[in-house]
Design a protein around this ligand. Structure first.
Ligand code: 13P
Ligand code: SF4
Length: 360
């Protein structure tokens, strides 16, 4: 990017001092990460936003659902700014509130709603989080999904995970739900059903809903959904001794074939702790993989698939947008504020607070 923009970003930051706090998700471009006060996965950034009572302006370099969550977790006097409003998330868009309300009606109709607790991935609109709060559920991220699911099953039905009667409605990422159930809780894939919001009753029978333990929403990440088992096998053939590390939004067969699975923060920490000479292929967004390769030159770090795989919405936040947001603040104008409706924010906060209260 133009050197002039770097100077302008520095000048705006200096002029704003402590009044602005810049958060950057690990999938952001290097040019944006350079100006972040804190970088993190979505759980760490939510906690950081909640822990910053002084800064009146929080510039969130990430995607819309993260900025909404930060708005919900910060005080009314603070304003969260998303430098480009088009930075959404295709997965979050796969669960619309009217679809989720209709699905809940189907669960009521099938006689299973009373035994069901919703667990909603952070990657969702605030309205879906509010639904979760109203129905006694919790939010989770990829770094606490195991703890969230264990907690939810302790609240559902007879409170037992193994052989219990409780169910979880997992929104909106079927892969994270399935992977957490099977890998972390030792659950059987036969206990999972996929609820398709575009079909009557989710495309399921009453009996299927009654027999299921995990009702997985039919959503996925368009980036992580592209990683394949074949790519893992190819890497193992071509790079002797390679270790495969992937994000839990990847498909189940990919996660099963990997050596390590974790959130973006965990991927970074795992690579950072590995000895020189370790060979990795990494199955997550490309900005992060490239940064890892640059930061740990004594290890061999490659991308799991050969085809380019940026998250196009994460990439919408670039230095020109960040400079625009910061310079506007210097001029006394707040651009792109993210303000969640009060009623929605109240119940979404119930579900987010439940997540923050989870053990571990
Ligand atoms: P993390 O919580 O691991 O940072 O993941 C967020 C995300 O959007 C992954 O696609
Ligand atoms: Fe959404 Fe996937 Fe992009 Fe994460 S990587 S923000 S889940 S589209």
């Amino acid at each position: 990017s133009e050197p002039g923009l770097v100077e302008r970003a520095k000048a705006a930051r200096a002029a704003l001092g402590e009044k602005v706090f810049v958060l950057g998700h690990h999938y952001q471009r290097d040019e944006v990460i350079a100006f972040a006060d804190v970088t993190g996965d979505s759980f760490k950034l939510a906690k950081e936003a909640a822990a910053r009572p002084d800064a009146p302006w929080i510039v969130f370099c990430g995607v819309h659902f993260m900025a909404e969550s930060a708005d919900i977790l910060t005080s009314d006097e603070q304003t969260v700014i998303l430098p480009d409003l088009a930075a959404g998330c295709s997965m979050a868009d796969m669960a619309q509130i009217h679809q989720v309300e209709d699905a809940w009606d189907d669960l009521v109709e099938a006689g299973v709603a009373d035994d069901t607790i919703p667990v909603t991935y952070m990657n969702s609109a605030a309205a879906i989080k509010a639904f979760t709060g109203r129905h006694g559920g919790t939010i989770c991220t990829s770094s606490n999904a195991k703890s969230a699911l264990s907690w939810a099953f302790s609240q559902a039905g007879d409170g037992r995970v193994e052989g219990g009667t409780g169910k979880v409605l997992f929104l909106p990422d079927q892969h994270l739900g399935r992977n957490t159930w099977a890998r972390d809780l030792g659950g059987s894939l036969e206990d999972c059903v996929v609820f398709d919001p575009h079909r009557p009753m989710g495309g399921l029978t009453r009996q299927q809903l009654q027999d299921a333990r995990m009702i997985l929403w039919r959503g996925h990440c368009s980036v992580h959904g592209r990683f394949t088992l074949e790519a893992v096998e190819q890497a193992r053939r071509e790079i002797p001794g390679v270790k495969v590390i992937v994000h839990p939004e990847c498909r189940h067969e990919v996660v099963e074939a990997a050596d390590e699975v974790g959130s973006t923060e965990k991927i970074i920490k795992t690579v950072a702790a590995a000895p020189d000479g370790t060979k990795w292929v990494v199955g997550t967004e490309l900005n992060l993989v490239k940064r890892l390769a640059a930061e740990f030159p004594r290890q061999q770090i490659a991308f799991l698939e050969k085809n380019v795989c940026y998250c196009s919405t994460m990439n919408r936040i670039d230095l020109p947008h960040l400079v625009w947001a910061l310079e506007s603040l210097v001029d006394g104008r707040v651009v792109n504020p993210i303000k969640v409706d009060e009623d929605v924010a109240h119940y979404a906060r119930v579900a987010l607070d439940q997540m923050l209260a989870l053990p571990g």
